[in-house]
Design a protein around this ligand. Structure first.
Ligand code: 0A1
Ligand code: ZN
Length: 865
């Protein structure tokens, strides 16, 4: 029998809690199969509670041992127990204030979902966001109930950690107290045989903070970078946002089995070990980037998420959008800002635009959900961050800073909404933001089109917008879109001072006297102009502007805005690929030459030049083919992609050889931006050269590589070139290292010649190190196949079947990770009727699986549409 269909939860149904929590005392008697949790919770009635005053506590998979109220034991007649929780009717409560004590037993070892308290390699750890705390004890597990926690842990394990400051400890026990009221989703506990790399930080007001990164013995020499990133984050948040840390200790723990990247638990951040551990030999520059960004992200949550949290889960973007924006600002300050912006936009387009254009499209603040874990999406996170960026663009950096000061002052210690957030901006700027708010409530990526012409000495520009229909939202209102722009002459001179036009209706026009512009810019009056639109990617929209390839080449060579410079080259590459696939004429040779010029310009940052030479992804091309009304063929796209790379490798051969030779940062490895940029450029050159079929350089680099960035780059080229020996040697070298072996699994699929990837993936699932219960390993094999379009979309349907089989299997064990990966199917309507039929059959097979999780049922239903 299938469970009853889970009912959606709606934002409009929000009601304040009936009771608030004064404080919580928890005792954990840890044991892998039977952990006892004793909770003593002081409640008081919420004066703002609207219901009849029953006490409703969430609780799942808990074996109730005992329950008492103000010291009096309760019997089964005093409460109602269901699989979702426990209710004590108002008439059984002793008054508005009372203390509830409960004892429950849980089984951490059987917890394969990795939500609540679980074990990983002999260590205990927790993951409570979004609704994991209810798997630990009976509690009002909702973010608007905030309380100080005191925790006692009893265990023989040597390291026992929880939130806040240490209170006391002895042989086999430790006590922690967190004075800052917090919702249960920020609770954390860790117990294990761990070692720390330790340091200290003194805050601006002189608080001495102990910093620890806890890892398994043997990993302690791989924490330097995470520690360095943490200290830089703490200093940056003081300098840029005036935010200081507020406890005596800050702990980070690395765990191998983790569903997501990391978690911002108060004072005790828990990380997927992939985002903590790094050494030059085992981690790539990209890994270092991720570690820096994620350490910062979790740390910044201390103020945006923990001190000010969300009223309910519909407000998730309140903490996530703002914290992503803050971590993006931090990384931009640590590295090259334009390169960081390009990388962020690449991610946004690859993940969020893809989501927004398909059956899973939802507003940044959704209005309903079945399973909240399914809404930790690129839309909530990345588009959420874009909204903060636009707001800052619209009000200006000074008003933004003033608004943030006011936000922290007004709402510290509260659980807030998007309305609270926008109200602060309205109060500080006196600006009506009701139209801007549509960005939070309307799904879909707006399309902006531009037309311009010169007549009678006047330059006119018209911008138009359209917000496409999305599931459940057929009609949209115009959004408020900040379009930053400039204008160039055909010779590449800037003729219009950089400005922002607020596109706030379906159509907005501006005009300028061309002679005035020319005079101010000190150039002669041009016959035509080339607009540089959406500079810095000032809004998350798709831009249609009728620029010719020649116009784009001018922007690539001269645009004063680095983002648009890169964008021009990227559009040219995309047009070349689309023309090849659609068999239309296009001057690809001219494009390659223009890209070569930019890549060879030594005044430009090497990291930027590497981005100029990199091709759009196969998935981007599929989307671009759809946009011109054709049906993408993933196999043809893979071939065209490879052919264009090879053509670039051949046409730019001498330049690429030179870039390779000139950008060697030398034998000492530094993860800092300058050296990483050189390696990026060098390895991009290596890739293009190798795809011409000449693997000499790649072989030499593989032999001599002294860091993982260079080793992986060389290995990728060799695998793509059909050589298998290098992969075997890599395996022999690294088989004892879990994180490096994740790369090995992934590369053999993602880099394989397209007709070999699926067989490889199947074979790798038989490998003794394929531990499918570990989310990282599962993603590096099943996820890798799903992200290799030509193999996943194999016309036989075997790729779809492979992924669906494994999703069904994983769903029985770890619904959250399985459901997240079902998004591999989200673009299915792009493809031809045969492929659609094959995918539909797999979606139906998943949906019909006995005992399917709520997570997966919701996802498959939404994807199927
Ligand atoms: N809040 C964390 C990420 C996170 C989200 C959900 C989780 O379980 C459903 C776990 C972690 C962050 O933004 O870093
Ligand atoms: Zn976050």
């Amino acid at each position: 029998m299938k469970d009853a269909v889970p009912q959606p939860i709606h934002l409009v149904d929000y009601r304040p809690p009936s009771h608030l929590v004064e404080d919580v005392h928890l005792t954990f008697r840890l044991s892998p199969k039977g952990t006892r949790v004793i909770a003593k919770i002081r409640f008081r009635a919420n004066p703002e509670g609207l219901d009849e005053g029953n006490l409703r506590l969430d609780g799942e998979n808990l074996r109730l041992i005992s329950l008492s109220l103000n010291g009096h034991p309760l019997t089964a007649l005093d409460y109602l127990l269901t699989p979702q929780g426990l209710t004590i009717p108002a008439e059984r409560l002793p008054g508005p204030a009372f203390t509830l004590c409960s004892e429950v037993e849980i089984d951490p070892e059987a917890n394969t979902a990795l939500e609540g308290l679980y074990t990983s390699n002999g260590m205990f750890c927790t993951q409570c966001e979004a609704e994991g705390f209810r798997k630990i004890t009976f509690y009002p597990d909702r973010p608007d109930v905030m309380a100080p926690f005191t925790v006692r842990i009893e265990s023989d394990l040597p390291v026992l950690l929880s939130n806040g400051n240490p209170l006391a400890s002895g042989e086999g026990w430790a006590e922690w107290h967190d004075p800052w009221p917090k919702p249960a989703y920020l609770f954390a506990l860790v117990a294990g045989d761990l070692v720390a790399q330790s340091d200290r930080f003194t805050t601006a007001s002189g608080r001495d903070v102990a910093l620890n990164i806890w890892v398994r013995p043997g990993d302690e020499d791989r924490c330097d970078y995470a520690m360095d990133a943490l200290k830089r984050s703490m200093a940056w948040d003081e300098q840029v946002y005036g935010r200081e840390y507020d406890l005596d200790i800050f702990n980070i723990v690395a765990v191998d089995d983790f569903n997501m990247g990391a978690m911002e638990n108060k004072g005790l951040n828990i990380f997927n070990s992939k985002y903590v551990l790094a050494s030059p030999e085992t981690a790539t520059d990209r890994d270092y980037d991720w570690i820096e960004g994620i350490v910062a992200h979790e740390y910044f949550h201390n103020w945006t998420g923990n001190r000010i949290t969300c009223r309910d889960w519909f407000q998730l973007c309140l903490k996530e959008g703002l914290t992503v924006f803050r971590d993006q600002q931090f990384s931009a300050d640590m590295r090259s800002a334009p390169v960081k912006r390009i990388e962020d936009v690449l991610q946004l387009r690859a993940r969020q635009f893809r989501e927004d254009g398909g059956p899973l499209a939802h507003p940044v603040r959704p209005e309903s959900y079945v399973e909240i874990n399914n809404f930790y999406t690129a839309t909530v996170y990345e588009k959420g961050a874009e909204l903060i960026r636009m707001l800052r663009e619209l009000v200006g950096p000074d008003a933004y800073a003033a608004a943030l000061d006011e936000y922290f002052a007004r709402h510290d210690g509260q659980a807030c909404t998007i309305e609270d957030w926008l109200q602060v901006f309205e109060d500080v700027t006196q600006r009506d933001l009701s139209q801007f708010k549509r960005w939070y409530t309307q799904a879909g990526t707006p399309r902006v089109s531009a037309e311009w012409h010169i007549a009678d000495g006047t330059l006119s520009l018209t911008l138009r917008q359209e917000v496409p229909a999305t599931p459940g939202q057929p009609l949209k209102e115009p959004a408020l879109i900040p379009v930053r722009l400039g204008m160039l002459t055909p010779e590449g001179a800037e003729i219009l001072p950089d400005m922002v036009i607020e596109l706030d209706s379906p159509e907005v026009s501006r005009s300028w006297d061309l002679a005035d512009l020319a005079q101010a810019a000190g150039v002669s009056v041009p016959q035509r102009v080339i607009p540089s639109l959406l500079r810095g990617f000032s809004a998350p929209v798709v831009l249609d502007a009728a620029l010719t390839p020649e116009d784009r080449a001018v922007l690539l060579a001269h645009d004063g805005d680095p983002f648009n410079r890169w964008e021009a080259g990227r559009r040219l590459l995309r047009e070349a690929l689309v023309a090849d696939l659609a068999q239309t004429r296009f001057d690809t040779a001219g494009v390659i030459e223009a890209l070569g010029h930019a890549a060879g310009d030594t005044h430009l940052d090497p990291a930027f030049r590497a981005l100029v030479l990199s091709l759009p992804s196969e998935d981007d091309i599929a989307q671009a083919i759809c946009d011109i009304g054709l049906v993408p063929d993933p196999v043809a796209i893979a071939d065209a992609h490879r052919a264009l790379s090879a053509r670039m490798g051949a046409a730019l051969g001498p330049l690429l050889q030179r870039l390779y030779a000139e950008n060697d940062p030398g034998p000492a490895y530094s993860p800092a931006a300058e050296d990483a940029g050189k390696r990026a450029l060098r390895n991009t050159a290596l890739r293009l050269l190798s795809l011409t079929g000449d693997l000499t350089l790649a072989r030499a680099q593989f032999e001599n590589a002294r860091n993982m960035t260079d080793q992986v780059a060389a290995l990728s080229c060799l695998i793509a070139g059909g050589e298998t020996e290098a992969a075997a040697r890599f395996e022999a070298q690294w088989q004892g290292d879990r994180l490096v072996m994740d790369k090995w699994f992934m590369l053999q699929i993602a880099q394989a010649p397209r007709d070999m990837a699926l067989d490889r993936a199947k074979a790798l699932t038989e490998h003794p190190l394929f531990d499918w219960k570990n989310p990282n390993r599962f993603r590096s094999v099943i996820g890798a196949l799903g992200q290799t379009p030509a193999a996943f979309h194999d016309p036989s349907g075997a790729g779809y079947r492979f992924v669906a089989d494994w999703l069904i299997r994983l769903d029985g064990l770890n619904p959250q990770t399985a459901a997240r990966m079902s998004t591999l199917f989200e673009t299915w309507r792009r493809y031809d009727a045969d492929r659609q039929e094959l995918i539909r059959a797999e979606l139906e097979r998943i949906a019909a699986t006995e005992g399917l999780s709520r997570d997966m049922s919701e996802m498959v239903a939404r994807i199927s549409g």
